[in-house]
Design a protein. Structure first.
Length: 76
């Protein structure tokens, strides 16, 4: 079951809270603690090349676009 599948089914069960709660208990994907999928860009949602230094949580592409707005200076 993919991530989008369980969310679609959960929408169908919104009028049945008891069944929806049981469905979530057994079918929701686990939260990632390690690995590439543990952190994603809060701006675009990419997983790779993630900058979490200074609690930025941005991918390198988004960081390049908004670095000057955040106060970083480009040297050379």
């Amino acid at each position: 079951m993919t991530a989008s599948d369980w969310q679609k089914i959960l929408k169908q069960l919104k009028n049945k809270p008891v069944i929806a709660k049981k469905f979530l208990r057994f079918n929701k994907p686990k939260e990632r603690k390690t690995g590439i999928a543990a952190q994603k860009c809060k701006r675009c949602g990419r997983f790779g090349a993630h900058l979490h230094q200074y609690d930025l949580h941005l991918c390198r592409h988004c960081f390049r676009e908004i670095a000057e707005d955040l106060g970083f200076k480009k040297y050379s």
